[in-house]
Design a protein around this ligand. Structure first.
Ligand code: FES
Length: 143
């Protein structure tokens, strides 16, 4: 993405928040800075709990291997990079009982998955073609 915060600062368009401003007050930011840096920013929960923790955790469902697989596949397809796709690790996303979970921003589409075939479908359908994989959604659309 050309420019960004550095260019905006040097052009005097970036107004640093004053210490008295609350962190949730984002109205002072120019609209340009609110554009998503990536077309799709994908977060895999990799949280690990003890087996006797009383709640499930994504890392106990092969999440790390699937995150690494997704990252490798996105890179192989030439989708990785600024303005394109970023695959990241995340801690607990608090949807543990529905996991393993992955969320795709900017729209906030939540998926679950089982294996590499599911990851392939998310990559090919959502990240390549912009089409949601409805069968893997953890939040079903309201009709
Ligand atoms: S452990 Fe993955 S969402 Fe909580």
């Amino acid at each position: 993405m050309p420019g960004g915060v550095t260019a905006a600062k040097s052009a005097g368009r970036y107004n640093r928040p004053k210490a008295t401003q609350k962190s949730h007050d984002i109205e002072f930011l120019p609209a340009k800075l609110m554009d998503p840096f990536y077309k799709y920013h994908v977060f895999f929960c990799l949280n690990q709990r003890d087996p006797d923790a009383g709640r499930p955790s994504c890392a106990n469902c092969n999440a790390q291997a699937m995150q690494e697989y997704a990252k490798k596949r996105v890179k192989q397809l030439g989708l990785a990079g600024d303005g394109k796709v970023r695959i990241n690790k995340a801690g607990c996303l608090e949807r543990c009982e529905l996991g393993p979970v992955v969320v795709v921003y900017p729209e906030g589409t939540w998926y679950t998955y089982v294996d590499e075939a599911d990851i392939d479908e998310i990559v090919d359908s959502h990240l390549v073609n912009g089409k949601i994989v409805e069968r893997l959604l953890i939040d079903q659309p309201v009709v």
